[in-house]
Ligand binder design. Sequence first.
Ligand SMILES: Nc1ncnc2c1ncn2[C@@H]1O[C@H](COP(=O)(O)OP(=O)(O)OP(=O)(O)O)[C@@H](O)[C@H]1O
Length: 169
Amino acid sequence: MPEVPAHTVERTLVLLKPDALARGLAGRIVTRFEDAALKIVGTKMKWMDEEFTRRHYSDLEERLGPEVYNVTSTFMQQGPVIALVLEGFDAIATVRKIVGSTYPNQAPAGTVRGDLSHYSAAASVASGKAVANLVHASGNAEEAKQEVELWFDKDELQDYRTLAEIYTY
Ligand SMILES: Nc1ncnc2c1ncn2[C@@H]1O[C@H](COP(=O)(O)OP(=O)(O)OP(=O)(O)O)[C@@H](O)[C@H]1O
């Protein structure tokens, strides 16, 4: 019999970026995560400042260069963001799948970015602005741990697992 891979209950950080809030899409995006059985275990609204943006995107300048870092930093500080910690089986990969690829014009229909935006890297270069792609989601387990700890104190996160009778993944 083929082996069934074990699912892991994970936590991941999601940011609803300033464009999602400005366009009034927050509720619809959160619904997509909840529809996939991901639970909200923490949430807050925050204006990111220069220093906090640098901490959140700590490797971005090294990875994609100062130009991309600068436009992204400006974009993230244009309005408030909503941070969410989502919990569920394979939450990190599940959320990335629901969100779709970084460039909305390349993200498939059915994903948040593919359905709700069509911004491209070329449009970003032409306008001198960041790729407005609605959502940030942790990329892997290490990033998820770092980002959840950066955004939330332990006592700001709920533990539904003690409420097993009302909680099914
Ligand atoms: N070529 C680009 N031009 C402008 N902005 C860009 C470009 N590439 C990435 N960005 C911006 O930088 C952010 C971080 O890029 P990264 O490569 O980490 O993608 P991601 O992991 O899909 O996005 P995020 O980290 O926001 O979830 C992107 O979400 C986007 O807003």
